[in-house]
Design a protein around this ligand. Sequence first.
Ligand SMILES: [Mg+2]
Length: 481
Amino acid sequence: MSFDKPAPETGVYVNRHLKMSVIHAVGFDMDYTLAIYRIEEMERTAFELAREILVRDFGYPRETLQARFDPGFVIRGLALDGQEGNVIKLDRFRHVRTAYHGRRKLTEEEIAAIYRKQRISFSSERFEWIDTLFSMPETCLFAEIVEMMEQGRYPVVDTAKLCRDIRVSVDTCHRDGSLKGQVRRHMDNYIERDELLAPTLHLLRSSGKKLFLLTNSELEHSDAVMGWLLNGQLNEYPHWTTYFDAIIVTARKPGFFTGHEPFLPARPDDPAQTVRTLERGRIVMGGNLRDFEQMFGVHGEHILYVGDHIYGDILRSKKHTLWRTCMIIPELQREISLTRRLTPEHYRHVRLERERENIEREILALRLELRNAEHEPKEDRLRLDQLKRRLRQLSGEADQLLARMESQFNPWWGPLLKEGADTSFFGDQVEDYACIYTSKASNFLRYSPVHFFRSPRDYMPHELELWGGAEPPQAQEGDGG
Ligand SMILES: [Mg+2]
Protein backbone atom coordinates (compact mmCIF):
# COMPACT_ATOMS: atom_id res chain seq x y z
CA MET A 1 0.00 0.00 0.00
CA SER A 2 1.41 3.41 -0.89
CA PHE A 3 0.73 6.53 1.10
CA ASP A 4 0.99 9.59 -1.15
CA LYS A 5 0.73 13.05 0.33
CA PRO A 6 -3.01 13.68 0.72
CA ALA A 7 -4.89 16.74 -0.58
CA PRO A 8 -4.75 19.58 1.98
CA GLU A 9 -8.48 19.16 2.74
CA THR A 10 -7.91 15.60 3.99
CA GLY A 11 -4.54 16.18 5.65
CA VAL A 12 -3.68 15.59 9.29
CA TYR A 13 -2.07 18.69 10.83
CA VAL A 14 0.48 18.61 13.61
CA ASN A 15 0.95 20.88 16.62
CA ARG A 16 3.20 18.47 18.46
CA HIS A 17 5.33 15.65 17.00
CA LEU A 18 3.55 12.30 17.11
CA LYS A 19 5.12 8.97 16.17
CA MET A 20 2.39 6.52 15.28
CA SER A 21 4.93 3.72 15.73
CA VAL A 22 4.81 4.21 19.52
CA ILE A 23 1.02 4.46 19.63
CA HIS A 24 -0.28 1.07 20.77
CA ALA A 25 -3.95 1.96 21.11
CA VAL A 26 -6.28 4.38 19.36
CA GLY A 27 -9.50 5.44 21.05
CA PHE A 28 -12.44 7.22 19.45
CA ASP A 29 -15.29 9.36 20.63
CA MET A 30 -18.50 8.67 18.68
CA ASP A 31 -20.69 11.76 18.16
CA TYR A 32 -19.16 14.12 15.59
CA THR A 33 -15.98 12.01 15.59
CA LEU A 34 -16.82 8.63 14.05
CA ALA A 35 -20.39 9.70 13.37
CA ILE A 36 -20.29 12.93 11.39
CA TYR A 37 -23.76 14.41 11.78
CA ARG A 38 -25.14 16.70 9.14
CA ILE A 39 -24.78 19.89 11.14
CA GLU A 40 -27.66 21.81 9.59
CA GLU A 41 -30.24 19.05 10.03
CA MET A 42 -29.15 18.32 13.61
CA GLU A 43 -29.14 21.98 14.54
CA ARG A 44 -32.53 22.66 13.02
CA THR A 45 -34.10 19.77 14.91
CA ALA A 46 -32.43 20.75 18.21
CA PHE A 47 -33.45 24.38 17.65
CA GLU A 48 -37.09 23.45 17.16
CA LEU A 49 -37.16 21.10 20.15
CA ALA A 50 -35.41 23.63 22.44
CA ARG A 51 -37.86 26.37 21.34
CA GLU A 52 -40.76 24.20 22.49
CA ILE A 53 -39.06 23.34 25.79
CA LEU A 54 -38.57 27.08 26.52
CA VAL A 55 -42.33 27.61 26.22
CA ARG A 56 -43.45 24.36 27.85
CA ASP A 57 -41.00 24.07 30.78
CA PHE A 58 -39.88 27.65 31.39
CA GLY A 59 -43.05 29.56 30.58
CA TYR A 60 -41.55 31.75 27.84
CA PRO A 61 -44.18 33.49 25.67
CA ARG A 62 -45.73 31.85 22.59
CA GLU A 63 -43.78 34.28 20.36
CA THR A 64 -40.75 32.08 21.09
CA LEU A 65 -42.16 29.58 18.59
CA GLN A 66 -41.80 32.21 15.86
CA ALA A 67 -38.03 32.34 16.29
CA ARG A 68 -36.50 31.52 12.91
CA PHE A 69 -33.64 29.12 12.51
CA ASP A 70 -30.77 30.56 10.47
CA PRO A 71 -27.88 28.11 10.21
CA GLY A 72 -25.79 30.67 8.30
CA PHE A 73 -25.61 32.96 11.32
CA VAL A 74 -23.51 30.81 13.62
CA ILE A 75 -20.14 29.16 13.79
CA ARG A 76 -18.47 27.35 16.67
CA GLY A 77 -16.14 29.13 19.07
CA LEU A 78 -18.52 32.01 19.90
CA ALA A 79 -19.73 33.00 23.36
CA LEU A 80 -23.10 34.31 24.53
CA ASP A 81 -22.85 37.30 26.83
CA GLY A 82 -25.96 36.91 28.98
CA GLN A 83 -25.49 40.24 30.76
CA GLU A 84 -25.40 42.32 27.57
CA GLY A 85 -27.48 40.11 25.31
CA ASN A 86 -24.59 39.89 22.81
CA VAL A 87 -22.93 37.13 20.85
CA ILE A 88 -19.15 37.60 20.68
CA LYS A 89 -16.06 36.19 18.97
CA LEU A 90 -12.64 36.49 20.60
CA ASP A 91 -9.14 36.38 19.21
CA ARG A 92 -6.29 34.48 20.87
CA PHE A 93 -5.51 37.42 23.15
CA ARG A 94 -9.06 37.15 24.58
CA HIS A 95 -10.03 40.41 22.87
CA VAL A 96 -13.60 40.73 21.63
CA ARG A 97 -13.18 41.46 17.93
CA THR A 98 -16.67 40.84 16.52
CA ALA A 99 -19.98 41.18 18.38
CA TYR A 100 -23.69 41.19 17.53
CA HIS A 101 -26.67 42.33 19.52
CA GLY A 102 -29.47 40.35 17.92
CA ARG A 103 -28.54 40.76 14.28
CA ARG A 104 -26.98 44.19 14.65
CA LYS A 105 -23.22 44.30 14.43
CA LEU A 106 -21.63 46.35 17.20
CA THR A 107 -19.26 49.12 16.16
CA GLU A 108 -15.62 49.26 17.27
CA GLU A 109 -16.59 52.00 19.74
CA GLU A 110 -19.41 49.97 21.24
CA ILE A 111 -17.15 46.93 21.63
CA ALA A 112 -14.49 49.09 23.30
CA ALA A 113 -17.03 50.62 25.70
CA ILE A 114 -18.40 47.24 26.80
CA TYR A 115 -15.37 44.97 26.71
CA ARG A 116 -12.18 47.04 26.86
CA LYS A 117 -12.73 49.30 29.86
CA GLN A 118 -11.75 46.72 32.44
CA ARG A 119 -10.42 43.19 32.54
CA ILE A 120 -13.24 40.72 31.97
CA SER A 121 -13.16 37.09 33.06
CA PHE A 122 -14.52 35.21 30.09
CA SER A 123 -14.72 32.04 32.16
CA SER A 124 -17.30 33.63 34.49
CA GLU A 125 -20.97 32.63 34.57
CA ARG A 126 -21.83 35.67 32.49
CA PHE A 127 -20.64 33.84 29.36
CA GLU A 128 -21.86 30.63 27.75
CA TRP A 129 -19.30 29.12 25.40
CA ILE A 130 -20.42 27.54 22.17
CA ASP A 131 -17.55 25.17 21.59
CA THR A 132 -19.33 21.99 20.57
CA LEU A 133 -21.32 21.38 17.44
CA PHE A 134 -24.21 20.22 19.65
CA SER A 135 -24.52 23.65 21.26
CA MET A 136 -24.75 25.73 18.09
CA PRO A 137 -28.57 26.05 18.15
CA GLU A 138 -28.18 28.00 21.40
CA THR A 139 -26.54 30.90 19.57
CA CYS A 140 -29.24 30.98 16.91
CA LEU A 141 -32.06 30.95 19.43
CA PHE A 142 -30.46 33.55 21.71
CA ALA A 143 -29.67 36.03 18.91
CA GLU A 144 -33.10 35.54 17.35
CA ILE A 145 -35.01 36.25 20.58
CA VAL A 146 -32.81 39.30 21.34
CA GLU A 147 -33.49 40.54 17.80
CA MET A 148 -37.27 40.06 18.22
CA MET A 149 -37.04 41.99 21.52
CA GLU A 150 -35.18 44.83 19.78
CA GLN A 151 -37.88 45.00 17.11
CA GLY A 152 -40.64 45.06 19.75
CA ARG A 153 -42.00 41.69 18.62
CA TYR A 154 -41.17 39.98 21.91
CA PRO A 155 -41.71 41.00 25.54
CA VAL A 156 -38.53 42.24 27.25
CA VAL A 157 -36.94 39.42 29.27
CA ASP A 158 -33.77 39.13 31.35
CA THR A 159 -31.13 38.06 28.82
CA ALA A 160 -28.89 36.49 31.47
CA LYS A 161 -31.71 34.18 32.51
CA LEU A 162 -32.67 33.59 28.87
CA CYS A 163 -29.11 32.50 28.13
CA ARG A 164 -29.12 29.95 30.95
CA ASP A 165 -32.60 28.66 30.12
CA ILE A 166 -31.67 28.17 26.48
CA ARG A 167 -28.67 26.07 27.51
CA VAL A 168 -30.86 23.90 29.73
CA SER A 169 -33.45 23.54 26.95
CA VAL A 170 -30.88 22.41 24.40
CA ASP A 171 -29.35 20.03 26.97
CA THR A 172 -32.80 18.67 27.76
CA CYS A 173 -33.58 17.77 24.16
CA HIS A 174 -30.28 15.89 24.03
CA ARG A 175 -30.82 14.17 27.35
CA ASP A 176 -34.48 13.23 27.18
CA GLY A 177 -33.85 11.25 24.02
CA SER A 178 -36.15 13.30 21.78
CA LEU A 179 -33.35 14.48 19.46
CA LYS A 180 -31.49 11.17 19.34
CA GLY A 181 -34.80 9.35 18.82
CA GLN A 182 -35.39 11.42 15.69
CA VAL A 183 -31.84 10.78 14.51
CA ARG A 184 -32.26 7.02 14.87
CA ARG A 185 -35.53 7.06 12.95
CA HIS A 186 -33.97 8.90 9.99
CA MET A 187 -30.30 7.96 10.10
CA ASP A 188 -29.69 8.85 6.41
CA ASN A 189 -30.96 12.37 6.98
CA TYR A 190 -28.77 13.09 9.96
CA ILE A 191 -25.48 11.23 9.51
CA GLU A 192 -23.01 11.25 6.64
CA ARG A 193 -21.94 7.81 5.55
CA ASP A 194 -18.16 7.59 5.33
CA GLU A 195 -17.14 4.64 3.13
CA LEU A 196 -13.53 5.00 4.28
CA LEU A 197 -14.24 4.61 7.99
CA ALA A 198 -14.26 0.78 8.11
CA PRO A 199 -11.05 0.45 6.04
CA THR A 200 -9.40 3.07 8.30
CA LEU A 201 -10.20 1.13 11.47
CA HIS A 202 -9.07 -2.06 9.74
CA LEU A 203 -5.75 -0.48 8.71
CA LEU A 204 -5.03 0.60 12.29
CA ARG A 205 -6.03 -2.79 13.72
CA SER A 206 -4.03 -4.79 11.23
CA SER A 207 -0.89 -2.84 12.16
CA GLY A 208 -1.24 -4.25 15.68
CA LYS A 209 -2.91 -1.30 17.42
CA LYS A 210 -5.75 -1.91 19.84
CA LEU A 211 -8.87 0.15 19.19
CA PHE A 212 -11.47 1.39 21.64
CA LEU A 213 -14.65 3.44 21.62
CA LEU A 214 -15.20 5.88 24.49
CA THR A 215 -18.46 7.78 24.17
CA ASN A 216 -20.87 9.63 26.42
CA SER A 217 -23.80 8.38 24.35
CA GLU A 218 -25.79 5.59 25.95
CA LEU A 219 -26.07 2.00 24.74
CA GLU A 220 -29.18 2.29 22.57
CA HIS A 221 -27.94 5.27 20.59
CA SER A 222 -24.34 4.06 20.29
CA ASP A 223 -25.43 0.62 19.12
CA ALA A 224 -27.79 2.06 16.50
CA VAL A 225 -25.36 4.67 15.15
CA MET A 226 -22.25 2.45 15.12
CA GLY A 227 -24.25 -0.38 13.56
CA TRP A 228 -25.47 1.95 10.83
CA LEU A 229 -21.91 3.16 10.19
CA LEU A 230 -20.02 -0.15 10.25
CA ASN A 231 -22.24 -3.25 10.04
CA GLY A 232 -21.86 -5.01 6.72
CA GLN A 233 -18.93 -2.85 5.58
CA LEU A 234 -16.10 -5.42 5.67
CA ASN A 235 -16.39 -9.22 5.57
CA GLU A 236 -13.77 -9.66 8.30
CA TYR A 237 -15.99 -7.82 10.77
CA PRO A 238 -19.41 -9.43 11.18
CA HIS A 239 -20.64 -6.77 13.65
CA TRP A 240 -19.50 -3.22 14.50
CA THR A 241 -18.42 -4.29 17.97
CA THR A 242 -15.70 -6.56 16.50
CA TYR A 243 -13.71 -3.51 15.35
CA PHE A 244 -12.99 -2.60 18.97
CA ASP A 245 -11.03 -4.18 21.83
CA ALA A 246 -13.00 -2.16 24.36
CA ILE A 247 -16.31 -0.31 24.04
CA ILE A 248 -17.35 2.15 26.72
CA VAL A 249 -20.71 3.90 26.50
CA THR A 250 -22.23 6.45 28.96
CA ALA A 251 -18.63 7.33 29.86
CA ARG A 252 -19.49 10.71 31.44
CA LYS A 253 -16.44 12.53 30.04
CA PRO A 254 -14.85 14.70 31.30
CA GLY A 255 -15.64 12.93 34.62
CA PHE A 256 -14.20 9.72 33.16
CA PHE A 257 -10.74 11.29 33.23
CA THR A 258 -10.94 12.57 36.81
CA GLY A 259 -13.47 10.39 38.69
CA HIS A 260 -13.68 6.89 40.14
CA GLU A 261 -16.95 5.54 38.67
CA PRO A 262 -16.88 1.75 38.33
CA PHE A 263 -17.25 0.01 34.98
CA LEU A 264 -20.55 -1.85 34.65
CA PRO A 265 -21.81 -4.27 32.00
CA ALA A 266 -23.92 -2.29 29.55
CA ARG A 267 -25.90 -5.02 27.81
CA PRO A 268 -28.92 -6.56 29.53
CA ASP A 269 -27.71 -10.00 28.36
CA ASP A 270 -24.27 -9.58 30.00
CA PRO A 271 -24.57 -11.74 33.16
CA ALA A 272 -21.62 -10.20 35.05
CA GLN A 273 -22.24 -8.02 38.10
CA THR A 274 -18.95 -6.17 37.78
CA VAL A 275 -16.43 -5.66 35.01
CA ARG A 276 -12.98 -7.16 35.51
CA THR A 277 -11.90 -7.37 31.89
CA LEU A 278 -12.36 -5.37 28.75
CA GLU A 279 -12.76 -7.66 25.77
CA ARG A 280 -13.13 -7.33 22.05
CA GLY A 281 -16.78 -6.85 21.22
CA ARG A 282 -17.97 -6.41 24.83
CA ILE A 283 -19.85 -3.20 25.68
CA VAL A 284 -19.42 -1.70 29.13
CA MET A 285 -20.53 1.60 30.64
CA GLY A 286 -19.28 4.26 33.07
CA GLY A 287 -15.77 3.65 34.30
CA ASN A 288 -12.71 5.74 34.89
CA LEU A 289 -9.27 6.34 33.45
CA ARG A 290 -7.21 4.42 36.03
CA ASP A 291 -9.19 1.19 35.84
CA PHE A 292 -9.35 1.51 32.08
CA GLU A 293 -5.58 1.66 31.61
CA GLN A 294 -5.06 -1.16 34.07
CA MET A 295 -7.54 -3.55 32.42
CA PHE A 296 -6.69 -2.49 28.87
CA GLY A 297 -2.95 -2.87 29.39
CA VAL A 298 -1.96 0.25 27.47
CA HIS A 299 -0.92 3.42 29.27
CA GLY A 300 -0.28 7.12 28.92
CA GLU A 301 1.45 8.34 25.80
CA HIS A 302 0.99 5.06 23.98
CA ILE A 303 -2.69 5.95 23.63
CA LEU A 304 -4.01 8.31 20.96
CA TYR A 305 -7.52 9.60 21.64
CA VAL A 306 -9.54 11.02 18.78
CA GLY A 307 -12.40 13.37 19.69
CA ASP A 308 -14.24 16.50 18.59
CA HIS A 309 -14.96 18.20 21.92
CA ILE A 310 -12.26 20.72 22.87
CA TYR A 311 -13.15 20.58 26.56
CA GLY A 312 -14.50 17.08 27.24
CA ASP A 313 -12.27 15.12 24.87
CA ILE A 314 -9.13 17.12 24.24
CA LEU A 315 -8.43 19.60 27.05
CA ARG A 316 -9.43 17.26 29.88
CA SER A 317 -7.45 14.32 28.57
CA LYS A 318 -4.47 16.62 28.03
CA LYS A 319 -4.66 17.93 31.60
CA HIS A 320 -5.38 14.66 33.40
CA THR A 321 -3.66 12.03 31.29
CA LEU A 322 -0.60 11.62 29.15
CA TRP A 323 -2.79 10.45 26.28
CA ARG A 324 -1.95 11.98 22.94
CA THR A 325 -4.87 13.73 21.29
CA CYS A 326 -6.30 14.17 17.82
CA MET A 327 -9.08 16.70 17.37
CA ILE A 328 -11.67 16.16 14.67
CA ILE A 329 -12.84 19.48 13.22
CA PRO A 330 -15.52 18.77 10.59
CA GLU A 331 -15.48 22.43 9.50
CA LEU A 332 -11.79 22.16 8.59
CA GLN A 333 -12.34 20.69 5.15
CA ARG A 334 -14.30 23.73 3.99
CA GLU A 335 -11.97 26.19 5.76
CA ILE A 336 -8.99 24.66 3.99
CA SER A 337 -10.52 24.70 0.53
CA LEU A 338 -11.55 28.34 0.97
CA THR A 339 -8.11 29.24 2.31
CA ARG A 340 -6.59 27.58 -0.74
CA ARG A 341 -8.88 29.44 -3.11
CA LEU A 342 -8.07 32.75 -1.43
CA THR A 343 -4.29 32.36 -1.83
CA PRO A 344 -3.93 35.16 -4.49
CA GLU A 345 -5.96 37.53 -2.28
CA HIS A 346 -3.85 36.57 0.72
CA TYR A 347 -0.61 37.51 -1.07
CA ARG A 348 -2.18 40.72 -2.33
CA HIS A 349 -3.01 41.56 1.27
CA VAL A 350 0.56 40.80 2.36
CA ARG A 351 1.89 43.13 -0.37
CA LEU A 352 -0.50 45.92 0.68
CA GLU A 353 0.57 45.54 4.31
CA ARG A 354 4.23 45.66 3.33
CA GLU A 355 3.71 48.79 1.27
CA ARG A 356 1.80 50.33 4.18
CA GLU A 357 4.72 49.63 6.49
CA ASN A 358 7.22 51.22 4.08
CA ILE A 359 5.13 54.36 3.70
CA GLU A 360 4.67 54.67 7.45
CA ARG A 361 8.44 54.50 7.82
CA GLU A 362 8.95 57.17 5.16
CA ILE A 363 6.36 59.46 6.77
CA LEU A 364 8.08 59.23 10.16
CA ALA A 365 11.48 60.02 8.63
CA LEU A 366 10.09 62.96 6.69
CA ARG A 367 8.35 64.36 9.76
CA LEU A 368 11.55 64.23 11.72
CA GLU A 369 13.37 65.99 8.92
CA LEU A 370 10.70 68.71 8.75
CA ARG A 371 10.82 69.22 12.50
CA ASN A 372 14.60 69.69 12.46
CA ALA A 373 14.71 71.88 9.33
CA GLU A 374 15.08 75.61 9.85
CA HIS A 375 12.91 76.44 6.87
CA GLU A 376 10.28 73.96 5.87
CA PRO A 377 11.13 72.84 2.32
CA LYS A 378 8.01 73.01 0.19
CA GLU A 379 8.76 69.78 -1.69
CA ASP A 380 8.97 67.86 1.58
CA ARG A 381 5.60 69.16 2.71
CA LEU A 382 4.05 68.16 -0.62
CA ARG A 383 5.65 64.75 -0.46
CA LEU A 384 4.32 64.24 3.08
CA ASP A 385 0.75 65.07 2.02
CA GLN A 386 1.07 62.72 -0.91
CA LEU A 387 2.30 59.88 1.33
CA LYS A 388 -0.49 60.40 3.83
CA ARG A 389 -3.07 60.19 1.05
CA ARG A 390 -1.51 56.99 -0.24
CA LEU A 391 -1.47 55.53 3.30
CA ARG A 392 -5.19 56.21 3.78
CA GLN A 393 -5.93 54.64 0.44
CA LEU A 394 -3.80 51.57 1.19
CA SER A 395 -5.34 51.06 4.63
CA GLY A 396 -8.82 51.22 3.17
CA GLU A 397 -7.88 48.78 0.42
CA ALA A 398 -6.22 46.32 2.83
CA ASP A 399 -9.13 46.41 5.30
CA GLN A 400 -11.70 45.93 2.56
CA LEU A 401 -9.77 43.06 1.06
CA LEU A 402 -9.48 41.29 4.43
CA ALA A 403 -13.19 41.79 5.14
CA ARG A 404 -14.08 40.39 1.70
CA MET A 405 -11.87 37.35 2.31
CA GLU A 406 -13.33 36.71 5.76
CA SER A 407 -16.91 36.97 4.58
CA GLN A 408 -16.31 34.04 2.22
CA PHE A 409 -16.03 31.81 5.30
CA ASN A 410 -19.06 33.23 7.05
CA PRO A 411 -20.60 36.62 6.24
CA TRP A 412 -21.22 37.38 9.93
CA TRP A 413 -18.23 35.89 11.73
CA GLY A 414 -15.48 35.04 9.25
CA PRO A 415 -13.44 31.83 9.66
CA LEU A 416 -13.65 29.46 12.63
CA LEU A 417 -9.93 29.28 13.29
CA LYS A 418 -8.90 32.87 12.52
CA GLU A 419 -9.99 36.35 13.61
CA GLY A 420 -8.64 39.04 11.30
CA ALA A 421 -4.96 38.29 10.78
CA ASP A 422 -4.77 36.52 14.17
CA THR A 423 -5.72 33.07 15.38
CA SER A 424 -9.20 32.99 16.92
CA PHE A 425 -9.73 31.95 20.54
CA PHE A 426 -11.05 28.62 19.27
CA GLY A 427 -8.04 28.19 16.95
CA ASP A 428 -5.72 28.99 19.83
CA GLN A 429 -7.27 26.23 21.95
CA VAL A 430 -6.87 23.76 19.09
CA GLU A 431 -3.20 24.74 18.87
CA ASP A 432 -2.68 24.46 22.63
CA TYR A 433 -4.45 21.23 23.39
CA ALA A 434 -4.62 18.98 20.33
CA CYS A 435 -1.41 17.16 19.32
CA ILE A 436 -2.82 16.74 15.82
CA TYR A 437 -6.06 17.78 14.10
CA THR A 438 -7.94 16.84 10.97
CA SER A 439 -11.40 17.07 9.41
CA LYS A 440 -12.46 13.44 9.86
CA ALA A 441 -11.27 10.18 11.39
CA SER A 442 -10.97 8.38 8.04
CA ASN A 443 -8.17 10.78 6.99
CA PHE A 444 -5.84 8.40 8.88
CA LEU A 445 -6.30 6.04 5.95
CA ARG A 446 -4.01 8.30 3.94
CA TYR A 447 -1.07 7.79 6.32
CA SER A 448 0.96 4.73 7.19
CA PRO A 449 0.03 3.36 10.65
CA VAL A 450 3.66 4.03 11.65
CA HIS A 451 3.74 7.56 10.18
CA PHE A 452 5.78 10.19 12.00
CA PHE A 453 3.55 13.26 12.22
CA ARG A 454 6.08 16.11 12.35
CA SER A 455 5.09 19.55 13.53
CA PRO A 456 6.27 22.43 11.32
CA ARG A 457 9.17 24.26 12.89
CA ASP A 458 7.84 26.68 15.47
CA TYR A 459 9.33 30.06 14.56
CA MET A 460 9.27 32.94 17.01
CA PRO A 461 8.58 36.35 15.42
CA HIS A 462 12.28 37.33 15.37
CA GLU A 463 13.20 34.05 13.66
CA LEU A 464 10.33 34.44 11.22
CA GLU A 465 11.68 37.87 10.25
CA LEU A 466 15.10 36.35 9.55
CA TRP A 467 14.25 32.91 8.20
CA GLY A 468 10.53 32.64 7.60
CA GLY A 469 9.35 31.48 4.22
CA ALA A 470 12.84 31.59 2.69
CA GLU A 471 14.26 28.60 0.85
CA PRO A 472 17.47 27.34 2.40
CA PRO A 473 20.44 28.68 0.39
CA GLN A 474 22.21 26.21 -1.93
CA ALA A 475 25.10 24.55 -0.13
CA GLN A 476 28.35 26.27 -1.08
CA GLU A 477 31.36 24.28 -2.05
CA GLY A 478 33.61 23.78 0.93
CA ASP A 479 30.68 24.14 3.40
CA GLY A 480 32.21 21.24 5.23
CA GLY A 481 29.15 19.14 4.31
MG1 LIG B 1 -18.30 14.05 20.29
